[in-house]
Design a protein around this ligand. Structure first.
Ligand code: BDP
Length: 717
């Protein structure tokens, strides 16, 4: 008896010791914690005495709910709906077309540049009254506007004298989930797939709503639910019921659902013995399949296709082209308003051409040959989401074809689930690269937003890093990459600094020292990772298969282009892949000013040096150090900066909640260990070719190369 009582009491005491609100990262950047600075809070309160909305819809219901939750949280105050639009200090929300009050305050003309998703937030000052108008042409535009207003408050910015007019620069802003029907996630490091296929459509996880809400808050308007290495089953009625359930949830948040289409589906789930895109039965099969899908989901977005790449079936199995394949599917979805996102990530083991050149060679000849509802989805660089790659040469090379950007938000090659690498700087680096396609200033951004070639259909995709982990992304800082992707997809002109600033304030605290220090840490983090993994243009030297950790020694596999030696080409003379005229001539796929710069050993930016050149160990780099010394220097510098990240983070203890602080702290320790591991393994391995000493000032690796080469990780994610 007594024992039982003691145990119970101890349990209650323990419970009381646990902080009431666990800060586990679930709330992402939408925490809405009370603003502690009274002055700011009071100023906000003054302007938010109620809201006026004239009509209802599922999206409007979401808006009201978000406003209530946010203002309750941020200001500790309920905001109530008012029937009187003339009241002072209220928010008025609505579209001029549907709200007579709104149309009396703003003309449709003023919204002319807003498209269907853009919005205006505007302070209306009349007769001593101040009202904030949030307007746009659609309900979802209003939702985006509301999230913008809330972001201002979450970042403690002024909400006085507002005039914000914002419209997305890119039309299709999608996440690509590499999620399988068994809930595993290809290259996912945050648990399993969010989509609980087994229990859908009857069991609706509340996370689906929170997922949609988070995406809407950053303007993401589409989600491809399934892996590019596709399973045709998702196109069968049993699964389409489930997909429909998700689509119904996401719709009021402005999010369309897309699926990956397995090219051989007519054989696998149909009764056909071919998937030849020019075969009439195949065409009819897909047309009927599309009709069936639209029967479930009237606003279904369309298909994403990986064809004839890494073993996936495609039109080339029937001696047809990518254009034949893409156009056939495009015709099937066209009557319903759907699109096809056809991936350009193709390279073949049989093609002896430099892998970096193959996508361009295969796709460029088809410029202008695709249907108007086809986008070609191109990875940011010509190989595969490496820590650093030059921009993909297809950007600018297909002026008559909408090219979509594909980024990887999940950090397959940037430390996976254990590393902090803020990717906004990577995203921006690519967007700002100048292709010179139509002279100077022909940036990748202008190609994908359609302005360079006056293309209407535009898109951007990010391979998702989201899973069932309580904090969604495994690493708390993975959330920043999801956030940054959305913000840049909406407006690629925002800078990474601002995005980090917003995210930090909303996610953690607005403590100035914390924000300043951690922002700097974030801004340098990707370069740090590049330095300790693949400095000076090195690439694809990671672990076999799982891609975890360093393995520059990988060779003699069934595919050359899946080895490391194929890419670094180290020998006694030097290191690097000669992609100039004397080598694979990949440089010739770029427009001449770019090609000239990349081909010249002197002018090639050092960050791409070994991407384009095989360079002698004694070559003198810009720092005055020889290539070998410079390589060592970068590896050591990278590892040192990873150590510095720990120190910076640890100096912030107490500024944020212990739970998230400690998690990040432990992960930064792992990252530092991994940085040393990368550094030591790579320097020791490349030393076997350079035969030179590691410069004196650097501490020598305490393990042998053999030790590193023997490490195995059979269960790496
Ligand atoms: C590579 C991944 C592989 C993907 C492939 C793709 O290692 O798992 O299937 O890209 O993009 O980065 O299709």
């Amino acid at each position: 008896m007594l024992k039982n009582l003691l145990i119970k009491t101890a349990f209650v005491v323990l419970l009381l010791m646990v902080p009431l609100k666990a800060e586990d990262g679930y709330r992402l950047w939408l925490r809405y914690d009370k603003i502690s600075d009274e002055e700011t809070a009071n100023r906000y309160k003054q302007f938010l005495k109620g809201y006026f909305i004239e009509y209802d819809s599922p999206t409007i219901a979401i808006i009201k709910n978000e406003l209530q939750t946010a203002l309750n949280g941020l200001l500790g105050k309920n905001i109530s709906r008012t029937d009187n639009p003339e009241k002072n200090n209220i928010i008025i929300i609505g579209s001029p077309d549907r709200s007579p009050v709104v149309s009396s305050l703003i003309s449709n003309n003023e919204l002319i540049n807003c498209g269907n998703e853009g919005y205006i937030i505007k302070t209306i000052s009349t007769e001593g009254k101040e009202r904030i108008l949030i307007t746009g042409k659609s309900d979802v535009a209003l939702l985006y506007g509301v999230f913008n207003l809330l972001r201002l408050m979450q970042t403690h910015s002024s909400i006085e004298n507002l005039y914000i007019s914002s419209m997305p620069k890119i039309k299709i802003r999608v996440l690509n989930h590499w999620d399988n029907l068994d809930r595993t996630v290809e290259r996912g490091y945050a648990g399993f797939s969010l989509w609980d296929w087994h229990k859908l459509p009857d069991y609706i996880d509340s996370r689906y709503f929170d997922y949609a809400r988070a995406n809407a808050s950053i303007g993401i308007n589409g989600t491809v639910l399934t892996n590019v290495n596709a399973n045709a089953l998702v196109l069968t009625p049993v699964y389409l019921e489930k997909v429909k359930a998700l689509a119904d949830i996401f719709r009021p948040y402005g999010i369309k659902v897309y699926l990956t289409a397995r090219f051989s589906a007519p054989i696998e789930i149909g009764e056909l013995d071919t998937a030849d895109p020019l075969n009439n039965d195949v065409k009819t099969w897909w047309a009927n399949k599309a009709k069936e899908i639209y029967g479930y989901i009237p606003d279904f977005g369309g298909f994403l296709v990986k064809a004839n790449s890494e073993g996936q079936p495609g039109p080339q199995n029937y001696n047809r082209t990518h254009a034949d394949g893409a156009n056939m599917l495009a015709d099937a979805v066209k009557p319903h308003g759907g699109i096809v996102m056809w991936r350009a990530f193709v390279y073949s083991a049989d093609d002896k051409e430099d892998r970096a050149k193959q996508a361009y060679n295969e796709f460029k000849p088809f410029d202008g040959k695709f249907r108007e509802n086809v986008l070609i989805q191109v990875k940011n660089g010509p190989i595969d989401f490496q820590p650093r790659e030059p921009f993909h040469p297809l950007f600018g090379a297909m002026p008559q074809t909408p090219l979509m950007m594909e980024y990887q938000i999940t950090q397959e090659y940037l430390g996976q689930g254990t590393s902090l690498a803020y990717l906004s700087t990577l995203f921006k680096e690519v967007l700002e690269s100048d292709t010179h396609a139509k002279g100077e200033g022909s940036t990748v951004a202008k190609i994908i937003d359609g302005t360079l070639d006056r293309l209407e259909l535009t898109g951007i995709a990010g391979v998702s890093n989201i899973g069932t982990d309580r904090n969604w992304t495994g690493h708390t800082f993975g959330q920043a990459n999801w956030y940054a992707f959305g913000r840049l997809a909406w407006n690629h002109e925002i800078n990474s600094d601002q995005i980090a600033d917003e995210w930090l304030r909303m996610t953690f605290t607005d403590n100035k020292d914390f924000v300043d220090q951690i922002k700097e840490l974030m801004m340098n983090s990707r370069e740090t990772v590049v330095n300790y993994m693949t400095p000076l243009g090195l690439h694809h030297i990671m672990g076999w298969h799982h891609h975890y950790g360093p393995a520059p020694w990988i060779k003699d596999k069934h595919r050359d282009d899946w080895t490391s030696v194929y890419y670094h080409r180290a020998d006694e003379k030097g290191i690097g892949f000669d992609r100039t005229q004397t080598g694979s001539d990949a440089v010739s796929q770029y427009f001449s000013p770019v090609a000239r710069k990349f081909s010249s050993l002197e002018q090639c930016p050092e960050e791409y040096l070994l991407w384009f050149h095989h360079v002698d160990w004694d070559y003198v780099t810009k720092s005055g150090r020889t290539l070998w010394d410079e390589l060592c220097y970068r590896y050591y510098e990278g590892a040192e900066s990873a150590g510095q990240m720990r120190t910076t983070w640890n100096s912030q203890q107490g500024r944020i909640d212990d739970e998230r602080f400690n998690r990040v702290k432990m992960l930064l320790n792992i990252q530092y260990k991994e940085a040393i591991w990368w550094r030591n393994a790579c320097v020791l391995y490349f030393q076997t070719f350079s035969k030179k000493a590691i410069p004196d000032d650097f501490e020598k690796p305490d393990k042998t190369l053999e030790y590193y080469m023997n490490l195995e990780f059979p269960y790496a994610p």
